[in-house]
Design a protein around this ligand. Structure first.
Ligand SMILES: Cc1cc2nc3c(=O)[nH]c(=O)nc-3n(C[C@H](O)[C@H](O)[C@H](O)COP(=O)(O)OP(=O)(O)OC[C@H]3O[C@@H](n4cnc5c(N)ncnc54)[C@H](O)[C@@H]3O)c2cc1C
Ligand code: SF4
Length: 523
């Protein structure tokens, strides 16, 4: 009798990692099950409402985690088909070639990866094609070599951003067009799926034009009859054989009921925090410290980048609708005055009154938030944080997620911020008013200070690191668990270091790479 609850492959989580892997494996004809704790993002007008998204946090999980002091943490993360890519800003960067090697930072060492850039390069190309990346190859001074141009031309700058790009270039920098995964056709706007709106970064796309892992990963996979998706299917625990070498049971909670499923191969892709939590919850006699955790690294080395949002507010209005088109990497590896990496500068989506209300009331007293939103340039600064074993995911006695994190490697970020302030002092006159518009650069964060707080786990990674040595890593170079023969992890957990560009394209490319290894394994 065939067992209906047994599959060739079960993939847990449908975000950048799981959704992309599903699309790669679907054509194999293997019986594949996708388990997703969330459901589809409802398609409704609120998708594009700044008040609903920013003020009411309509789509965030209501789950409460704890920080290291036991305080409640309301994580800014989303549980839906497509995972966090439903909400991402779709800036789709390759890591730099150097990021795969050991790099010395001011705050310590960023460790090498067990694979080189060249091994991932073909998969970056495939991921860029699958996710419709728009960009201009060769503009970014730190970009690694690539075998092909971007599949689509760069998204153009609106006039205020073009003026800024020209100003930066005049100051000797090499500003470039941010590589973006949106399905925009500027040559035929009447046919373009993307309408270039102001509610993209942080919002789900009402017209399904964002290159997310539901639209371009899960949906195509589900056109194959051998692929099934179960939504509202929360994986509580993975069980093993007595030896502990194979996963034999996947315990799911669905509609209040528990179900047991099994598969020849189980792929975990719940996001770096939830994947670590799942392995820790699955401790048993053969794996007393958590599944696949003989090294003790599961949950450790949590990274999330050192991120800030900085607003440059001036008299000069910024009527830009789609702001995320411009980036600067001139300080990625340092500068003539500073030998250590500083990081990456780009933009967030245009902030408006509701986004500002959700975050930062007293930035510039007397400056009405609405006016501020109309005049600000809203920068996103990212620097690398280093993998500290004490920055980690654990579970408390009730099984709740505890996220312990102390920021590190902050000096480069401070210097990056200072660089941007300096650059902004030297802007040319306003095209509208004809005078020097610059008034000041105000720190702005959704919560406190300029830095994104711990609850901002958008760039989470590193908690189930891959490596060559089973004593210091949980996964081998193919992202298979060292300790378990049929367990793989393909979300952002596998990063041993995180560079300073956004992580999603690397997660997608790696999922395609692991997909190829799985296809070889299954014959
Ligand atoms: C507002 C925002 C903006 C961002 N902008 C960018 C950007 O511009 N560029 C970029 O590169 N990155 C960006 N990111 C980050 C990017 O979205 C993530 O790096 C990426 O989605 C991570 O992929 P993942 O596969 O690791 O996890 P996710 O995409 O988070 O997917 C994990 C999935 O697992 C499911 N899941 C979790 N636990 C369980 C369980 N126990 N059982 C079943 N299912 C489970 C979740 O519901 C989710 O669907 C942004 C993120 C946010 C929130
Ligand atoms: S229409 Fe385009 S710009 Fe607007 S949310 Fe969708 S992908 Fe983003």
């Amino acid at each position: 009798m065939p067992n209906d609850n047994h599959y060739d492959i079960i993939i847990i989580g449908t975000g950048a990692g799981g959704g992309t892997l599903a699309s790669r494996l679907a054509p194999t004809g293997k019986r594949i099950l996708l388990l997703e704790r969330g459901n589809y993002v409802p398609r409704e007008k609120e998708n594009w409402s700044s008040a609903a998204v920013n003020l009411q946090a309509r789509y965030n999980t209501k789950e409460v985690w704890k920080d290291r002091e036991g305080n409640d943490l309301h994580p800014h993360t989303n549980y839906y088909v497509g995972g966090n890519t439903k909400f991402y800003g779709a800036a789709l960067f390759r890591l730099r070639r150097e990021d795969f090697r050991e790099i010395r930072h001011h705050g310590g060492v960023s460790p090498a990866w067990p694979i080189s850039y060249d091994e991932l390069e073909p998969y970056y190309t495939r991921a860029e094609n699958q996710y419709h990346v728009h960009g201009n190859r060769g503009e970014d001074p730190t970009e690694p070599t690539a075998r092909c141009p971007y599949p689509h031309p760069a998204v153009s700058h609106e006039p205020r951003l073009q003026q800024l790009a020209d100003d930066f270039a005049r100051q000797g920098l090499q500003p470039f067009h941010t590589p973006l995964g949106i399905m925009l056709d500027e040559s035929a706007p009447h046919k373009s799926r993307c309408i270039r709106c102001s509610t993209c970064d942080g919002f789900p796309c009402l017209v399904q034009a964002k290159s997310d892992a539901q639209v371009l990963g899960v949906d195509p996979a589900l056109t194959f009859p051998n692929v099934t998706l179960m939504t509202d299917a929360y994986v509580e625990r993975l069980g093993t054989s007595l030896s502990g070498r194979e996963i034999t049971r996947v315990r799911v909670r669905r509609n209040g009921e528990q179900e047991e499923l099994s598969a020849d191969i189980v792929v975990v892709s719940c996001g770096a925090i939830n994947s670590a939590a799942l392995l820790l919850r699955s401790a048993n006699d053969a794996h007393p410290n958590g599944l696949a955790n003989s090294s003790g690294v599961v949950g450790r080395h949590y990274m999330g980048h050192v991120n800030s949002v900085l607003m440059a507010v001036s008299k000069c209005p910024n009527p830009t609708i789609f702001q995320k088109t411009l980036s600067i990497n001139d300080f990625y590896f340092g500068s003539s005055e500073w030998q250590y990496p500083m990081g990456h500068i780009s933009f967030v989506g245009k902030l408006d009154r509701d986004a500002l209300l959700a975050g930062a009331p007293a930035i510039a007293p007397g400056f009405a938030l609405e006016l501020m939103g109309q005049h600000s340039l809203d920068f996103w600064l990212t620097s690398e944080d280093l993998p500290d074993p004490e920055n980690r995911v654990t579970l408390d006695r009730s099984g709740n997620i505890v996220l312990s994190y102390r920021p590190n490697n902050e000096e480069g970020h401070k210097r990056l911020t200072a660089k941007l302030k300096e650059l902004m002092k030297n802007q040319t006159s306003c095209p509208v008013h004809g005078h020097d518009c610059h008034q000041g650069l105000f720190a702005r964060s959704l919560y406190t200070g300029a830095r994104i707080p711990l609850a901002g786990v958008a760039h989470q990674n590193g908690t189930i690191r891959f490596g060559l040595d089973p004593k210091t890593s949980a996964l081998d170079a193919t992202c298979k668990a060292h300790d378990v023969d049929n367990l793989y992890v393909v979300d952002g957990s596998f990063f041993p270091s995180s560079g300073a560009v956004n992580p999603a394209l690397t997660i997608m490319a790696n999922a395609l790479r692991v997909g190829d290894r799985l296809i070889e394994r299954m014959g």
